[in-house]
Write a protein that binds this ligand. Structure first.
Ligand SMILES: Nc1ncnc2c1ncn2[C@@H]1O[C@H](COP(=O)(O)OP(=O)(O)OP(=O)(O)O)[C@@H](O)[C@H]1O
Ligand SMILES: [Mg+2]
Length: 264
């Protein structure tokens, strides 16, 4: 099944050009170029250590590439700054969960909203004046996300007490609370059982449809990639070895040799 939307072809939201990144002698990314169309779901696949997470870290400014350019929303940069990336609307989830386990679902998702809050913490603490009103508005938005992700029953539950699949959903909620233009998902279905994967796939599709969010998704499960992505980038040892529609990529010999033959 292909989800490609030809009407969006050409409207580039993010362009990664000739990006190289090394850690000492390890070449994590070598002259990688690809683009992401507005409103598409773009998958990045490849074996362990291929450079997938590093690529997301370059896009959101956590890693500074030694070479290359990143164009986001028409602005060209040699490297993204993490704060600028966030302020420009790039948000992400993490391969290893980065939630506050002792805090409630609601409060964890609120942390994702902080960037959008203008009033200082002091006024909010006083629950007074504009701070109070602003906090109420943000809480409404966060409640909307909680409804959307169908986690109402766990609003007040400490995240650490939830099953893993639901924790991943809360992490998605935290990233969504920023109202991102570009959402970077690093293996959102890793470690999930089939049912949890199906749920998460549906939420990713719904986010894309309902919020209009552009999504870059790292995923190892080829079934999921084939089902939900519009186009796929394939990395292997830091190099791009494939780029195209899911079916094209799946049938490319390069990709079969490098990736599909590798058990994960
Ligand atoms: N902060 C770092 N310091 C040193 N080396 C790193 C760092 N981050 C990544 N690397 C190395 O860069 C290479 C690419 O790693 P990366 O995590 O991007 O791969 P990946 O495709 O996400 O793999 P996985 O599927 O296992 O998550 C690996 O050799 C890794 O060891
Ligand atoms: Mg990774």
């Amino acid at each position: 099944m292909s989800r490609a939307r030809p009407d969006n072809a050409g409207k580039v939201l993010l362009n990664v050009e000739d990006v190289s990144l090394a850690f000492g002698g390890v070449k994590a990314l070598q002259q990688v170029s690809f683009d992401v169309y507005e409103h598409e779901i773009r998958a990045i696949i490849g074996p362990n250590g291929a450079g997938k997470s590093s690529m997301l870290n370059v896009i959101n400014g956590v890693y500074t590439p030694q070479h290359g350019r990143i164009t986001f929303l028409g602005r060209v940069r040699e490297n993204m700054d993490p704060h600028e990336a966030a302020a420009d609307g790039i948000s992400r989830t993490f391969q290893s969960l980065a939630l506050f386990k002792g805090m409630s679902v609601l409060d964890n998702i609120m942390t994702g909203r902080n960037l959008r809050m203008k009033t200082g913490v002091l006024l909010q603490a006083l629950h007074f004046g504009p701070g109070r009103r602003e906090e109420l508005r943000h809480r409404e938005f966060v409640e909307h996300i909680i409804d959307f992700l169908e986690i109402q029953a766990y609003r007040k539950t400490a995240v650490g007490r939830l099953p893993y699949g639901l924790q991943k959903r809360v992490d998605l909620g935290r990233a969504l609370a920023m109202e991102p233009k570009l959402l970077l998902l690093d293996e959102p279905m890793a470690g999930m059982n089939l049912e949890e994967k199906e749920d998460m796939s549906r939420f990713v599709l719904d986010v894309n449809e309902e919020f209009g969010t552009t999504i870059v998704l790292i995923e190892h499960d080829m079934g999921v990639v084939m089902d939900i992505s519009d186009r796929v980038v394939v990395l292997d040892y830091g190099k791009k070895i494939g780029d195209g529609m899911p079916d094209q990529v799946r049938n490319s010999q390069n990709v079969i040799d490098a990736y599909l033959g590798v058990a994960h």
